[in-house]
Design a protein around this ligand. Structure first.
Ligand code: PLP
Length: 446
């Protein structure tokens, strides 16, 4: 499968954004995250246009947890989207990129006092409150600062999204949100309305991630709309914004067929509009927070292949061939975390027919299986492997496990490649280490 601007060029190489991947690997080294800028921009625009057409009065906030560097924040700003951040680090990155604070939504099930102070001081538009303690703390912080902080309440609509257990969030048993059905959310509304320094502007839910079935959204929408009506009836407070979070799935494998953004916008908008009519309320402003569906398919990771290793497995017929690559768990923990599956292309012989099954393994001291089974042309040491759909939750989740240096990230467009995150160096690896005086010198102590 070829995604976004990917194509096979006259050198039989995989090309992305008009850049030959073999040239990118030679210039920037591997592993390398390659982000297809046009694909990201098109998805930002499609989200905006689709929701404007189907719903009107909507704001799309890119969920930066999927992939964030300062250049991504700047791109999102250029496209006129909002930004969802979920930590001081993400907020700081947005600040460094000059992202307008009045288009930022600040999330997290446990925000520290320092994070709340930072959010208030910088003037983020909405803090999405997720506990009674946070309401108290935020109220005090905003009052001390002489400000009124707009908030949304993270609600739990009690909807099971039927996705991997680690990316399910909207079901009853969840650490996130105030439960609507058991009355906790209404208690939180009343507390928020009583708090000085806080203005309750919206309600929020996020049911889960990598969803192909839109039913969880159409189930959550009426629950949230009914809750907005209940708030109005019980307290008189108008809720201006409904934020339905992110969650739209993307294509990792050829056989994956996620709903299009247009389909998603139509289905979600209709569900909300229908629910508003049934509850006899005016439709609120709408916010969405797509992450994976903006960045996921735009990313490709390039690896250099090591020495293929054939292994005879007694219980299985034939031979298994391990294909080691120069990265793995530290640049992509998703296979280990979620049993996530990926597609791959032999980038330097991209048009050759696939003839052999490989198990792509990383080079970490774990099983570190990147792809359990992928068909490729016969691969040799030094070939280039392009693992697709690595734009979301890869660079963002990367670690220094085994003291690996995190790979560089390039944005490619119109035949040009721009470095947006440099590769870490060995010096970076030890830059936070502190060697106390008594450990200096190298005498062995008996
Ligand atoms: C509150 C919230 N919004 C948005 C997202 C983005 O989800 P996705 O990347 O599936 O679109 C998440 C993901 O965890 C989230 O927790």
């Amino acid at each position: 499968m070829l995604l976004g601007t990917q194509k096979i060029n006259s050198r039989n190489h995989l090309e992305i954004g008009g850049c030959d991947t073999a040239d990118l690997a030679a210039q920037f080294g591997t592993p390398l995250y390659v982000m297809d800028e046009q694909s990201i921009r098109e998805r930002c625009r499609t989200f905006k246009q689709a929701f404007d057409r189907e719903y009107g009065c909507s704001n799309i906030a890119y969920a930066s947890k999927a992939f964030i560097v300062t250049a991504m924040c700047a791109l999102v700003d250029q496209e006129g989207l909002w930004l969802d951040v979920a930590s001081a680090g993400e907020l700081y990155t947005a600040k460094c990129a000059g992202f307008p604070m009045d288009r930022i939504v600040f999330h997290g099930n446990y925000k520290t006092a320092d994070e709340l102070e930072m959010a208030v001081e910088l003037g983020v538009k909405y803090v999405v409150a997720d506990s009674f303690m946070e309401l108290e703390l935020l109220s005090a912080i905003a009052e001390d600062a002489g400000k009124t902080q707009e908030i949304m309440l993270r609600c739990n609509p009690g909807v099971d999204p039927h996705t991997h257990r680690l990316i399910r969030t909207g079901q009853e048993d969840s650490k996130f949100g105030f439960n609507i059905k058991n009355g906790t959310a209404m208690k939180a509304v009343k507390q928020a309305l009583d708090c000085r320094g806080i203005k309750l502007s919206g309600v929020h839910c996020h049911v889960g991630s990598q969803l192909f079935d839109l039913t969880p959204f159409t189930e959550a929408a009426p629950v949230m709309i009914e809750f907005i009506k209940q708030i109005k009836d019980e307290t008189g407070a108008p809720i201006e914004v409904l934020d339905l979070g992110g969650g739209l799935g993307v294509r990792y494998l050829e056989e994956h067929n996620p709903p299009s953004i247009d389909e998603f916008a139509k289905t979600v908008s209709e569900a909300i509009i229908t629910a508003c009519a049934a509850s006899d309320i005016e439709k609120p402003g709408l916010m969405l927070e797509p992450g994976r569906s903006i960045a996921g398919e735009a990313g490709t990771t390039l690896y250099t292949i090591g020495a293929p290793k054939e292994v005879n497995i007694p219980e299985e017929p034939g031979v298994k061939t391990y294909l080691p690559v120069d990265g793995g768990l530290s640049d992509n923990p998703r296979p280990a975390l979620y049993d996530a599956l990926y597609s791959a292309i032999l980038a330097n012989r991209a048009g050759d027919a696939p003839t052999k099954a490989y198990t792509v393994s990383g080079k970490h001291c774990e099983t570190d299986m990147l792809i359990p089974n992928v068909l490729l042309p016969e691969a040799k040491t030094g070939d280039l492997l392009a693992v697709q759909t690595t734009g979301a939750y890869n660079h963002a989740m990367a670690s220094n496990y085994n003291r690996f240096t995190r790979p560089a990230v390039v944005f490619v467009a119109d035949g040009k490649a721009d470095l947006v995150a440099r590769r870490e160096t060995l010096e970076d690896i030890v830059k936070c280490d502190v060697l106390p005086e008594r450990f200096k010198g190298s005498q062995t102590k008996a």
